[in-house]
Design a protein around this ligand. Structure first.
Ligand code: AMP
Length: 497
């Protein structure tokens, strides 16, 4: 069975009356709804000329109907192209021009704007409640649809990378990539039909779209479906859940809620974190408060999940665990030779989970794979003696100052341990003498006052001189993208002078 939807269909047909999910507003959907609605959407899109291999671009608010549209694309062999709801006109026009979708599904309020750039694609709408022109068109269509016979290497999705380090690239993801990664995760994280996954992640990013949804859909777990992460609503529903998947900010925000305690988490067997680094402080505070350790894992659009801390066995804070079964991970030097434990280098990966290349960018694709077939993730990391990987940062965030390499993470760890510092980001800015100058942005804890000279002298006691920042900027918030990643490119631009 090459088509991912064929695996989902097996669960759907086993017991169509079984509950699939309940929304934050108490609406219930069954597996039968999933199967018939996704058929209707597949038929509605096909009716406007979408064929196997055509792209369907989707920029809509999260709704259960939007999940069904994604599944419709899988089952019909259309290539799903999710777009962040934060993208504005110039970004949209780049994605549409690059991917040339046959159909675009957008929010009702953006219809005019999207039609103006659609270049022949059919434009449909879908609102926050799931209704709109696509919903109406689907209602006219039959609730049956034969699964498209695609081969394993057929494209299932194109995911544009978040582009924190340059022009966004479309990662081509195949059915094989998705099926293999989902199966591994279900097994590794112990998902079963008895689980209840609290799904509060966005659906335009791999974390919510693939990782969370596929674990539930392939294991038959039920979902509690939240349109967005709202700490109070999560607290209300956690007692009914057995798994929560989130980005680190989910956990820091939950920890600032008084009602977040062992009682509310009594039924939760697993908390997963990823997409951005989980601070050691959050990891420890969580363990102290809740009595369990967050399971941190590492992945990316181009490869799904790559490493994970174990379900059983030691979960080490500050690490992203070991390579998942079937995934090979090496930390390599400048000549792509594997380094030993304890040595910092470029993270390279190989396996069925790894994408086939960047859409329309054969040159870029070639550059990003080694001659022996490993993908260069662009992340820098180090293995410990037990084979646990720690991410040191993005290669592009490496600072070279006076000829020395400085890994921002090392300085951030020291900064975060200083009294009065809530969080920090270290980046390089051009400097006439040093090439780049180490620069620091720190966010004070509530009520704390920080000063540049104090921070510099504290760092001087802990770090070699060349790592001590030339400048410390005190700010209220770090710039982040929708997945909680700190945008160092924004900091570099903002403080270039
Ligand atoms: P994306 O393609 O948007 O999912 O971004 C992938 C990138 O997020 C990776 O290449 C890492 O730089 C970062 N990332 C994902 N998970 C983690 C993690 N657990 N710790 C640190 N960085 C992470």
């Amino acid at each position: 069975m090459s088509n991912l939807y064929a695996h989902i269909e097996q669960t759907a047909l086993r017991d169509p009356a079984r509950e699939l999910l309940i929304t934050d507003q108490g609406e219930r959907f069954t597996w039968g709804d999933l199967h018939s609605q996704s058929a209707r959407y597949a038929n509605a899109l096909a009716r406007t000329g979408v064929r196997i291999g055509d792209r369907v671009a989707v920029q809509v608010d999260k709704s259960v109907q939007s999940l069904f549209v994604y599944l419709a694309c899988l089952r019909a062999g259309f290539v799903y192209l999710p777009l962040n709801t934060a993208y504005q006109r110039s970004e949209l026009s780049y994605f549409i021009g690059d991917a040339k979708p046959r159909a675009i599904v957008c929010r009702p309020q953006s219809r005019g704007e999207v039609e103006a750039m659609a270049a022949g694609a059919t434009v449909h709408t879908m609102g926050e409640d799931g209704t709109g022109s696509l919903y109406q068109a689907a209602a006219q269509c039959a609730p049956v649809h034969a699964i498209a016979q695609v081969d394993e290497g057929a494209l299932a999705a194109i995911i544009y990378t978040s582009g924190t380090t340059g022009r966004s690239k479309g990662a081509m993801i195949t059915h094989r990539n998705l099926v293999s990664n989902a199966r591994v995760l279900v097994e590794y994280w112990g998902f079963t039909g008895k689980d209840v996954l609290l799904h509060a992640l966005p659906m335009f990013h791999v974390h919510g779209l693939f990782v969370a949804s596929h674990c539930a859909l392939l294991s038959g777990a039920r979902m509690i479906w939240h349109r967005r992460f709202e700490p109070a609503l999560v607290l209300r529903d956690l007692p009914k859940a057995s798994v929560l998947m989130g980005v680190p900010t989910f956990y820091t925000r939950l920890l600032s809620e008084a009602g977040f305690d062992r009682t509310s988490c009594a039924g939760v067997r697993l908390f997963v974190s990823g997409s951005a680094p989980l601070l050691m402080e959050t990891f420890s505070a969580f363990e102290q408060r809740i009595g369990q350790r967050i399971l941190e894992r590492y992945g990316m659009s181009e490869a799904g999940m790559i490493t994970s801390n174990p379900l059983h066995g030691e979960r080490k804070g500050g690490t992203v665990g070991r390579p998942l079964p079937g995934n090979e991970v090496r930390v390599a030097d400048d000549r792509d030779a594997a380094l030993r434990a304890g040595q910092i280098g470029a993270i390279q990966i190989r396996g069925e989970n790894v994408f086939t290349g960047y859409w329309n960018m054969p040159e870029k694709t070639r550059e990003e794979f080694t001659v022996d077939g490993w993908f260069r993730t662009g992340d820098v990391g180090v293995f410990d003696a037990q084979g646990y990987l720690s991410i040191v940062g993005r290669a592009k965030d490496l600072i070279i100052t006076g000829g020395y390499n400085v890994y921002p993470k090392e300085i951030e760890l020291v900064l975060d341990s200083l009294h009065g510092v809530a969080e920090s980001a270290v980046f390089g800015v051009p400097h006439a003498d040093f090439g780049e100058a180490v620069t620091v942005a720190v966010v004070p804890r509530e009520g704390a006052t920080l000063s540049e000279p104090d921070i510099i002298s504290a760092l001087r006691r802990e770090l070699a001189n060349y790592k001590v920042p030339k400048r410390v900027i005190i700010i209220d918030d770090l710039p982040r993208n929708a997945m909680g990643k700190v945008q160092k490119n924004v900091l570099r631009e903002r403080h270039a002078d």
